[in-house]
Design a protein around this ligand. Sequence first.
Ligand SMILES: NC(=O)c1ccc[n+]([C@@H]2O[C@H](COP(=O)([O-])OP(=O)(O)OC[C@H]3O[C@@H](n4cnc5c(N)ncnc54)[C@H](OP(=O)(O)O)[C@@H]3O)[C@@H](O)[C@H]2O)c1
Length: 283
Amino acid sequence: MKVKLGKIKLNNGVKIPSLGIGTWQIPSGEDLVKSLQNAIALGYRYIDTAAIYENEESVAEAIRRSEVKRSELFISSKCWAANRTYDSVMRAFEESLRNLKLDYLDCYLIHWPYTKGEPLAWQSVNIGTWRAFEKLYEEGLVKAIGLSNFQMHHLVSFLARANVVPAVNQLEFHPGYTQRSAVAFCKKNGIMVEAWSPLGHGSLLSEPRIQEIASHYERPVAQVILRWCRHHDVIPVTRALLPEHQKENLESFDFELTEDDIAQLDALPVMGFSGLEPDHVSF
Ligand SMILES: NC(=O)c1ccc[n+]([C@@H]2O[C@H](COP(=O)([O-])OP(=O)(O)OC[C@H]3O[C@@H](n4cnc5c(N)ncnc54)[C@H](OP(=O)(O)O)[C@@H]3O)[C@@H](O)[C@H]2O)c1
């Protein structure tokens, strides 16, 4: 059975599906192509990839084999941390387009903020990278431009100098890691938050406190977590290679969580955290 996902308007009017399918740590090849083909057949329209995942070609092949029109798909990729200057962003973008066999992207993100050294120096680097993104956006080569892993202290100076307000910020977000100040700041500034690793990279699925809440609804834990993300107006991007996981995740939005269960999920202690801190990553 095919599920029709709802769409949400970004700050520039572009519509984004309310659930994405991710491709991190899935090597390029037939397994990924078949998995994405299945996802598209089930109703997924938003595919999240990145140059650093080295699997954009498989995304291209899945798109080619699907019978869905390009205009119905939402394809997003990310510019890796090695590309910070105007020219290198332009080259990285062209390479992603070539790998994906597309003539435009729906969304392109700065994968990680630059955070090394003095704030005034890294702030200038980030806005310099953004100028290239703004040019790609102006030229219509990408329908929406955005960020990933930008926390509030990265965003404040960034927004003061950005000509185009980012449409999205993709953050690690799940019960046990809610990045409240970044999420609230994004909402206040019209930036849509997307959740990466919404299932804590799978680790939250065996967490007894979340299993207990899921039992109130007789629903799988994954559905409860994805519903919780949407309650917070956050768009989850899950990885689900297996068809049964893909289907289960698509069916997460036809029930409501009680305020009490939401409050319990909100109040969980830190768990499922990747350990990836934008100010301390080694790249
Ligand atoms: N912007 C960034 O810096 C950044 C960083 C990390 C990730 N991301 C993006 O976010 C995406 C999601 O994050 P993630 O890959 O860490 O994973 P995740 O969605 O939190 O968890 C994925 C794991 O959960 C399993 N799973 C999914 N649905 C399930 C279900 N219904 N029941 C049981 N198990 C289920 C998957 O299994 P199977 O795959 O075997 O089905 C996989 O092992 C990535 O793929 C990537 O696109 C972005």
